[in-house]
Design a binder for this molecule. Structure first.
Ligand code: HAM
Length: 432
């Protein structure tokens, strides 16, 4: 047993795993750019107040899962690691006066989030989200656009069988009456409620609906539905979101029980699942509209919508469904030498190749040539550049490791020669 291990609920992503992550991060950046989202980076910790106000004090994320940083004596503020990016991005929108920019401001961020959750498969204390936010557009078209972006991402990532669950959870016009009705519904069940839900009955009754306590499932099934209590403005908005989704051919399933676990949501709420997994609190992604959040964090009233895609769960789902991970990149060339001691010559040649943009490695140990060549083949390199007597005449031997052919090339032509043959090789063409 090693003395030190990664903290519980976290893990190392090893080079054997990261090619898949790199592919997904590049795809996320590429799709976000295609849809006009611009990159923003916010700190991984913020004032605790931003999360307490934004996400809500009576939520799992804040009550149970917030990684609070121990205050230092000289500081008066308290901070916490971000459990999600939306609150921080909205804080940045207000702080930098983005309301004067052309609206909506469309922002993307991909990075680690932190929740002190009970670790299990697909639930970590440090996990990654690909997050997009469109701030300053009341919808409904942008709601459909952002959901379509999500389905597009999963399609290009290669994950089949992803389902969108959709709901509307009302706004300050219709929600208070619904919440009162919900409280009246739960009241006779007070004694049966798990302790934490009993406490929430008086403080944030909506959260009872997304409880993951199995004891709540039966009671929740009979609870009144927000979808039946929407005001006409919310009803119209919801119908228009669906019409836009239908028009661009995005299938979805209505989920009247879906209320999301964070307090900032208004109207549109949605989650993505691997079909058939929605009962297991294993959403691939979740998001929705938050028309009150900018104001709550000190800005002028501004609508917004966004979602977060969990990358850890996507990776697990891709592996489960047998989607092949991309191979680790092999160097185009490995520089080896007949004289094991001449590391200077090998380092000089590889430095030249890299300066010319060629991914290459040199044998910097002092193994015999045969061993050096074996290692080059194991690396999956296309070429071995063999330094020997030819070097005195300004040449090296260039061996195509897959074709088994070899020729002498002038050092000055080496990079160009490798580039040409490597490109032909990548496109299925001939050898050196
Ligand atoms: P969320 O539903 O809390 O929403 O998280 C979004 C996604 O992050 C989840 O669907 C899941 O895939 C992933 N996730 C959450 N917690 C964990 C965990 N402990 N381990 C692994 N993956 C996890 C939000 O965070 C909102 N900020 C989404 C949003 C953006 N709404 C509007 N804009």
């Amino acid at each position: 047993m090693p003395t030190y291990r990664a903290p519980r609920g976290t893990r190392d992503l090893l080079p054997t795993e990261t090619p898949l992550w790199t592919r997904l991060e590049r795809l996320a950046a590429d799709i976000a750019a295609r849809y006009g989202y611009r990159r923003i980076e916010t700190p991984v910790f913020e004032q605790t107040d931003i999360f307490e106000r934004g996400i809500g004090e009576v939520t799992d994320v804040v009550e149970k899962e917030l990684f609070r940083l121990a205050p230092r004596t000289e500081e008066s503020e308290s901070w916490a690691l971000r459990p999600e990016p939306t609150a921080g991005i909205v804080r940045a929108y207000v702080q930098h006066g983005m309301r004067t920019w052309p609206q909506p401001v469309k922002l993307v961020q991909t990075g680690p989030m932190f929740r002190y959750d009970r670790p299990q498969a697909g639930r970590y204390r440090q996990f990654w989200q690909f997050d997009v936010e469109a701030i300053g557009d009341p919808g409904p078209a942008v709601d459909a656009e952002i959901i379509e972006l999500g389905t597009h991402f999963y399609r290009e990532a290669g994950l089949a069988g992803v389902e969108v669950l959709l709901n509307s959870i009302g706004d300050p016009a219709c929600r208070p009456a619904y919440v009162a009705e919900l409280a009246a519904y739960f009241e006779p069940h007070r004694a049966e409620l798990p302790a934490i839900e009993r406490g929430r009955l008086d403080r944030n009754v909506l959260r009872l609906l997304d409880s993951n306590d199995p004891a709540m499932a039966v009671i929740n099934a009979k609870a009144p539905r927000i979808t039946d209590r929407l005001c006409s403005a919310c009803e119209e908005h919801f119908a228009a979101v669906r019409a836009h989704l239908d028009a661009v051919g995005v299938p979805y399933r209505l989920a009247p029980g879906l209320v999301r676990g964070l307090d900032y949501y208004t109207r549109t709420a949605f989650e993505f699942y691997v079909t058939g997994r929605e009962g297991q609190q294993q959403a691939l992604a979740g998001g929705g509209r938050y028309d009150g959040l900018v104001e709550l964090l000190g800005g002028r009233p501004t609508p917004g919508i966004g979602f977060g895609i969990g990358l850890d769960r996507l990776v697990l789902a891709l592996i489960e469904t047998g989607v092949a991970a991309p191979a680790e990149a092999a160097p185009a060339a490995v520089v080896v030498g007949a004289n094991p001691d001449d590391t200077i010559a090998r380092l000089q040649v590889v430095t030249r190749l890299r300066a010319a943009g060629i991914s290459s490695r040199a044998e910097l140990g002092r193994r015999k040539l045969g061993k050096q060549l074996e290692a080059a083949a194991r690396d999956g390199a296309h070429f071995a550049v063999i330094l020997g007597d030819e070097l005195t005449g300004g040449g090296v031997a260039l061996r195509d490791l897959s074709a088994g052919t070899q020729k002498v090339v002038a050092l000055t032509d080496l990079a160009r020669e490798i580039e040409r043959a490597h490109a032909a090789h990548r496109h299925g063409g001939g050898a050196a």
